[in-house]
Design a protein around this ligand. Structure first.
Ligand code: PEP
Length: 251
C-alpha cells in the first residue's frame, strides 16, 4: 500500500493563480516519486481548475455535506465531489468541529455518505490539550471512533480505503508536534479499537496518518520509526518546496 501524504490548504491561498502555482510546483517536484500518493485538498472553489491529477497527485476535499442534493444552501454533496474528479475527503477536522460545531454524530452521517459514494474518507480524530493533561486521550479517541463509525456498513469492503488521521488538537498549527513514540502508541491504540469494533484483519488494512505541525525535519520519524502510513499536512503544504521535501524524505 502506498504512503499517503495529504495537503490540507484550509482557507488558502487567496487566488486561483496562486493555487495553480503551488499545485504545479508540487506536481513537478514529486513527479518521480512512485511509492507515495500525494493528495492536495484545495478550497472547493479551486478544485475543478487548480490543475490535472496525475497517477501520484490526486485531489481531495476538506469537507462535504451528508445529503445527496436539494435545498441546502452553501453545501457541496459527495456526488458533486465525485463528478468533479475528487477522490479523497477529509472529514471531522478539528477546525470544523470547533468553528462549525460538527459533532461526532454529524461526522458519522458524513462518513456514511462518503463511503456510500465510494470516495475515500480521511477521518480526523484527536484530543485537546486539556483532555491530554487529564490523561483522557485514550478515552476520547475511543469515543470518537465508536460514535463516528456507528453503523458504518460495508466497512469490510472499505477497510483498506479508510484512513484515520490522528490529529492532536494541541499540535495543529502550534509548531509543537507530537513525539514520534507517542504517535506510534496512538497508531497501535487506533488499530486495537478498530480490531475490537470490527476484526483484526480489518484493523490491519486501514491507513493511519499523523497530522499536527509536520515539517520536512520531523516527517520521516512518523513513517520510518512510528510506522504510520501517511501524514496530514496543513501549514507546510502551502510552501511547495517544503511540502516536496516532506514527500521526498518519507519516500
Ligand atoms: C491540519 O490542518 O490538519 C494540520 C495538521 O495543520 P498543521 O500542519 O498546520 O499543524
Amino acid at each position: 500500500m502506498k504512503l499517503l501524504i495529504i495537503a490540507n490548504w484550509k482557507m488558502n491561498p487567496q487566488s486561483l493563480q496562486e493555487a495553480k502555482r503551488i499545485f504545479d510546483s508540487i506536481k513537478r517536484g514529486v513527479r518521480n516519486i512512485k511509492n507515495v500518493e500525494v493528495v492536495i485538498c484545495p478550497p472547493f472553489i479551486f478544485m475543478p481548475s487548480v490543475g490535472r491529477q496525475t497517477p501520484n497527485v490526486k485531489i481531495g476535499a476538506q469537507n462535504v455535506f451528508w445529503e445527496e442534493k436539494g435545498a441546502y444552501t452553501g453545501e457541496i454533496s459527495p456526488e458533486m465531489l465525485k463528478n468533479s474528479g475528487c477522490q479523497y475527503v477529509i472529514v471531522g477536522h478539528s477546525e470544523r468541529r470547533k468553528y462549525f460545531t460538527e459533532t461526532d454524530e454529524i461526522v458519522n452521517k458524513k462518513l456514511k455518505k462518503i463511503i456510500e459514494t465510494k470516495l475515500i474518507p480521511v477521518l480526523c480524530i484527536g484530543e485537546t490539550q486539556e483532555e491530554r493533561n487529564k490523561v483522557k486521550t485514550e478515552t476520547i479517541l475511543k469515543r470518537q471512533i465508536e460514535l463516528v463509525l456507528k453503523e458504518v456498513s460495508g466497512l469490510k469492503f472499505q477497510a483498506s480505503r479508510l484512513c484515520i488521521a490522528y490529529e492532536p488538537i494541541w499540535a495543529i498549527g502550534t509548531g509543537k508536534p507530537c513525539d514520534v513514540e507517542e504517535a506510534q502508541k496512538i497508531g497501535l491504540l487506533i488499530r486495537k479499537i478498530i480490531s475490537k469494533l470490527y476484526s483484526r484483519p480489518i484493523s490491519q488494512k486501514l491507513r493511519i496518518l499523523y497530522g499536527g505541525s509536520v515539517n520536512s525535519k520531523n516527517a520521516a520519524g512518523y513513517i520510518k520509526e512510528a510506522r504510520l502510513q501517511g501524514l496530514l499536512v496543513g501549514g507546510a503544504s502551502l510552501k511547495a518546496k517544503e511540502f516536496i521535501k516532506i514527500v521526498r524524505v518519507v519516500s
